[in-house]
Design a protein around this ligand. Sequence first.
Ligand SMILES: NC(=O)c1ccc[n+]([C@@H]2O[C@H](COP(=O)([O-])OP(=O)(O)OC[C@H]3O[C@@H](n4cnc5c(N)ncnc54)[C@H](O)[C@@H]3O)[C@@H](O)[C@H]2O)c1
Length: 309
Amino acid sequence: MSSRAIVTGGAGFIGSHVVDALLADGYAVSVIDDLSSGDAARVAAEAELVELDIVDAGALCAAIEERRPSAVFHLAAQASVVVSVEDPGRDCEVNVRGTLNVLDAAGRCGAPVVFTSTGGALYGDAAPRPTSEERIPAPLSPYGASKWAAEAYVNTWSLSSGIPHAVCRLGNVYGPRQSPHGEAGVVAIFSERVHTGRAPTLYGHGTPTRDYVYVGDVVSALRAACGRAGTYNIATGVETDVSTIWRELSDAAGKHVEPQLADLRPGELEHSCLDIARAERELGWRPHVPIREGLRITYDALVRELEGR
Ligand SMILES: NC(=O)c1ccc[n+]([C@@H]2O[C@H](COP(=O)([O-])OP(=O)(O)OC[C@H]3O[C@@H](n4cnc5c(N)ncnc54)[C@H](O)[C@@H]3O)[C@@H](O)[C@H]2O)c1
């Protein structure tokens, strides 16, 4: 009988790629997702979809205990910075209480948890770049605060139970299946804009930089972190500015539209770049997809999706 893995948030952008990778490796996979931002159509037919809210401790515990997983990939989250500002209470419930519920339920099965935290929203503008995990977080948003609080539970539960739970602090993840309709996900938003010939807005006049990491590389990192107790930055260590992202996507599409420029929005960072030396050393992981190649793959996938191919 194959081992079972549970992926919370498996109907989301990153989670659905984790599901596909686990299925390809022969795992039986159960997705736990309330479909609040996810889409059941993203979940592979071979995976089971259990629709529930991770804040509901009783239902979550029953669902996990019944399936006796050997690993839990915990990606379900309130993942919007804007929503976290509008409703910090719900953000806290899902990201902190929900994570605690996942840890409790996984612990009953002795299953290690891999938790997806954020690199971009934790460290703040004053941090030296590339920023290492040693830097004390200084989040600017409730989202960053709730992820940091949840990290503390993951680490404490790991220490007290002896089950090796991991924290992965992700950079700006991009790739196929990311929604172009959110507030973040600049690659998906720009891909849609360039395809439809509409000008995007480049906040911060196109100069802010981020550490963009391809979703396939994130999936391999999460797999490598499973069963390891520790906190790892998962990114590329390379900064790319927003203007470059727009230019590369325009080149991929063979279309050129003049972008609109605007000031940075409140709470947005100027620069973010993560030091990935610890993940390279301890997980034997490194990213493989260069930004130009990843952008082209993402653009082509979005065009296929929009044209229903
Ligand atoms: N995309 C990025 O660049 C990025 C960067 C850093 C961290 N992360 C983290 O990675 C994880 C996945 O992000 P994503 O970009 O795939 O987001 P996403 O919104 O596409 O996926 C999140 C999934 O969680 C589900 N969900 C939300 N609340 C839930 C609840 N209460 N109960 C059950 N399911 C719930 C949603 O329906 C969705 O399917 C999140 O934890 C996010 O904070 C993402």
